[in-house]
Design a protein around this ligand. Structure first.
Ligand SMILES: NC(=O)C1=CN([C@@H]2O[C@H](COP(=O)(O)OP(=O)(O)OC[C@H]3O[C@@H](n4cnc5c(N)ncnc54)[C@H](OP(=O)(O)O)[C@@H]3O)[C@@H](O)[C@H]2O)[C@@H](O)CC1
Ligand SMILES: Nc1ncnc2c1ncn2[C@@H]1O[C@H](COP(=O)(O)OP(=O)(O)O)[C@@H](O)[C@H]1O
Ligand SMILES: [K+]
Length: 502
């Protein structure tokens, strides 16, 4: 459960369970403060003049407690606070009173007078938009080059949704406690955090059993056991046979990108199914990937009668229309699992419920009702299938994706800088890898091929989608600048090596 993310409400529960089990809240606060100071000593050893901004709750309490330690260690510390110590309550009051002086009102704070600013205004308890004096101060702070270390969350960022409530601190580094929160990984929160450190403050991981988190950081711990390495005496059919359906003669590149990714991703065999009109063009470009003619649903159904063909990608470059709907229906009637992408998704814009009904029937036939389809929409495609969910602005992306997954009885892989993968049972993973260079033509096609590779090799549907997204992003990170879609499959050997190294 190291990949678990805790919503602010779940984190409050983790605190409460720990306190109920005998650890006083003030001790947790002191440990939080010690972790903040440790992070400061590691990242800002030369910052002499340190401003600690303290809000009215326990986030402020952490700031007062950190100020006391920093002062003892010889830094010139000034606290600027929203409330004087006597107006605080609980652990925050204890921490503030233990600091040698009353601090100064927030209005007196000038960022340019400091080498480092510690942001302890609001954390998990942020309940409304920053406004007035605080908003103006945050604006000035963001405009100043002084580094900022945020306690728990950059003030103004929702730990639940990653949203900016009005105005938010842009931090250089953020120190959070026990487990990261969805807002650390979801945009725009992710861009406000700087580097994120998760500190141990003595909360026992066993509290997670009672909390049952449903949101995860998409890291190998989540799916590593679902990936297979080729057995010593293995056969290519042990690693599955992925199929990618090609579009017409002028739109074949997308299918070939997906097919190459499926093969590099470890599928034992990969076949491109091509309409007659495009067989020649596909044939001149394919080598290890095989090619078969397929012009109609009957042929597809017949091919899928061979149950070794166990994962199929439909959509990239395929064209929008009745044939895509027909093909999707044929796949969902078979034993193979379907990755429906791009034009495949758009083809159901008029009647998403028809697609969801097919997916539900396919899931009902599988062991434990496991999803038989992975939908891979970007935001625009998502809106075509789930217009009401896309319009619900206030909903966190994991919640949007999990409601979509439940409705579609499918895995929903909602793409973007902060790609979220959700399952009908409520699990949702926020991706942690990738670079903006992934926003390049054909990169989504490669991703669908990678999902098919993991499915072909037998990974569970949710884990297959998570692994593919992680590897896609890691390939981009390891390649660096100048990336085009073709480079992604070529990087996979290095990504597998990195995974194997742990
Ligand atoms: N619990 C523990 O044991 C541990 C907790 N820890 C720390 O505690 C933090 C959570 O503390 P918290 O729950 O007190 O919430 P916090 O973020 O300080 O804010 C609440 C205050 O802000 C106010 N307020 C909110 N929004 C506002 C706005 N826009 N503008 C103005 N005011 C606004 C809000 O007012 P209200 O909504 O009640 O009117 C209330 O007064 C957590 O992030 C971590 O740092 C660690 O020490 C580890 C142990
Ligand atoms: N700014 C970004 N940072 C990281 N990843 C991104 C960014 N923009 C897009 N991506 C990723 O790039 C891929 C683009 O896929 P898609 O939109 O289907 O493009 P295409 O149709 O051109 O293949 C997705 O995996 C998406 O998550
Ligand atoms: K903060």
């Amino acid at each position: 459960m190291s990949a678990a993310l805790l919503t602010p409400a779940e984190m409050a529960r983790a605190d409460a369970l720990t306190i109920a089990a005998g650890t006083p809240g003030i001790l947790l606060m002191e440990r939080a403060a010690a972790a903040i100071v440790e992070a400061i000593e590691a990242a800002f050893p030369d910052a002499v003049r340190v401003a600690c901004l303290a809000g009215p709750g326990n986030n402020g309490g952490d700031a007062w407690a950190a100020a006391a330690i920093l002062q003892r260690r010889g830094r010139a510390v000034a606290v600027f606070r929203l409330q004087p110590p006597e107006k605080l309550s609980g652990d925050a009051a204890i921490a503030a009173q233990a600091f040698g002086n009353e601090g100064a009102p927030l209005a007196a704070f000038r960022p340019e007078a400091f080498d480092l600013v510690v942001d302890g205004l609001f954390g998990a308890g942020l309940s409304r938009a920053l406004e007035g004096e605080v908003a103006g101060m945050v604006d000035r702070l963001n405009a100043d080059p002084v580094p900022v270390l945020s306690i728990d969350l950059p003030s103004g960022i929702s730990g639940l949704t990653g949203e900016r409530l009005g105005m938010a601190v842009t931090a250089t580094a953020t120190v959070t406690f026990f487990r990261a929160k969805p807002g650390h990984w979801l945009e725009p929160g992710r861009s406000h955090c700087g580097s994120v450190t998760v500190a141990d403050i003595g909360i026992a991981p066993v509290v997670l059993d009672a909390i049952g988190p449903r949101t995860f950081a998409n890291e190998p711990a989540l799916w590593r056991d679902q990936l297979r390495t080729p057995a010593d005496a293995g056969h290519k059919y042990d690693r599955g046979h992925a199929v990618v359906v090609s579009g017409g003669a002028a739109q074949t590149g997308a299918a070939r990108l997906a097919a190459t990714a499926a093969l590099r991703g470890g599928a034992g065999l990969v076949t491109v199914l091509s309409p007659s009109s495009a067989v020649l063009v596909n044939a001149t470009h394919l080598t290890a990937v095989m090619l078969k003619r397929c012009d109609d649903r009957a042929t597809l159904t017949e091919l899928l009668g061979d149950r070794r063909l166990n994962a199929l990608v439909l959509g990239p470059g395929f064209g929008v229309g009745a044939q895509a709907r027909d093909y999707a229906e044929a796949v969902l009637a078979s034993e193979a699992r379907l990755v429906l992408d791009a034009d495949g998704i758009t083809s159901f814009a008029e009647d998403p419920a028809a697609l969801f009904a097919l997916a539900a029937q396919a899931a009902d036939r599988r062991t434990k009702g496991e999803a038989a389809m992975v939908l891979t929409p970007h935001a625009g495609e998502f809106k075509r299938l789930f217009p009401d969910l896309a319009a619900a602005d206030a909903m966190a992306k994991p919640e949007t994706a999990r409601q979509a997954a439940a409705r579609a009885r499918s895995i929903v892989l909602l793409k973007g800088r902060d790609t979220v993968i959700a399952a009908p049972d409520g699990r949702a993973a926020i991706n942690t890898t990738g670079t903006p260079w992934l926003a390049t033509a054909g990169s989504g096609d490669v991703l669908s091929g990678l999902v098919a590779a993991a499915l072909a090799q037998g990974a569970a549907t949710f884990e297959a989608a998570c692994a593919a997204v992680w590897m896609h992003g890691k390939a981009a990170e390891m390649f660096g600048p100048g990336l085009i879609a073709e480079d992604l499959p070529a990087m996979l050997p290095k990504v597998f090596a990195r995974l194997a190294a742990g």
